[in-house]
Write a protein that binds this ligand. Sequence first.
Ligand code: PMP
Length: 287
Amino acid sequence: MENLGYYNGKIGLIEEMTVPMTDRGLFFGDGVYDATCAVNHTLFALEDHMNRFTNSLAGVRIKPTQTREELTALLCELVKKVDSDCVMVYWQMTRGSYLRGHAFPPEEIKPNLLVFITPFQMGPFDRTLRLITREDTRYYHCNIKTLNLLPNVLAAQATKEAGCDEVVFHRGDRVTEGCHSNIMMISGGALCTPPADELILPGITRKHLMQTAEQLGMPVREAPFTVEELMQADEVLVTSNGSLCSRVTHIDGKPVGGRAGEMLRRLQLAYGKRFNAETGGKVYDEE
Ligand code: PMP
């Protein structure tokens, strides 16, 4: 198949799939999701993504009818049906379909599982990004990957209109994350990230980069930092499944980073090696 849509057991091309209008995802964004890429039909870091998905479900008290093993097996099965070598796999679970009412529907109403798989082009490591800053007006459960993404959507549009690639959300002075990625920096020879609290999504790429840095003997610092500190950092990084760990050249039109290029390149290459080893693909060049 050239792409794949799945909804509660039904499979088809995405453009042919429909969902019932009472799905609580539509009324309330009452659901959670996760996503990862797959190369050679192998889902990258699936255990990590399933851990996060399980935490997200528990965080909003959705009880899946499938076991974690069944869900994992389903995703691995579905990814084989799409012809492309490199795809994005997205899965979401909502609290079910029921006439609109804020409190949970009756127990017998079961969650809805939706999956889509589309061909995907991994961004090259040497891609550079421009960011804008924006006050983080999201709610206080950003560690749960819910479908409620309206502030992220608005920030993404503002970023696009500014001719940029991502946003730096901040609460007051404190940097949180991007609208679909984590923000990290290299400062004083250390890889620095805001702590994984309820203000940010615990990104899987963030986690892997921290592990990669430790393996390379680079210090890792998990502590809050300010927008000003980010502007003064030796390098600024945007990390996510799709954007990997890309170097940032400008924030709000001002040049940033560019002073620890060698350290960044070592990190990127080691991360690329790890990705290639897990997927058996050659998505990243290893020099
Ligand atoms: N923060 C947000 C808000 C995101 O949507 C994403 C993308 N899932 C990330 C961070 C990065 O997470 P990951 O590295 O797991 O893709």
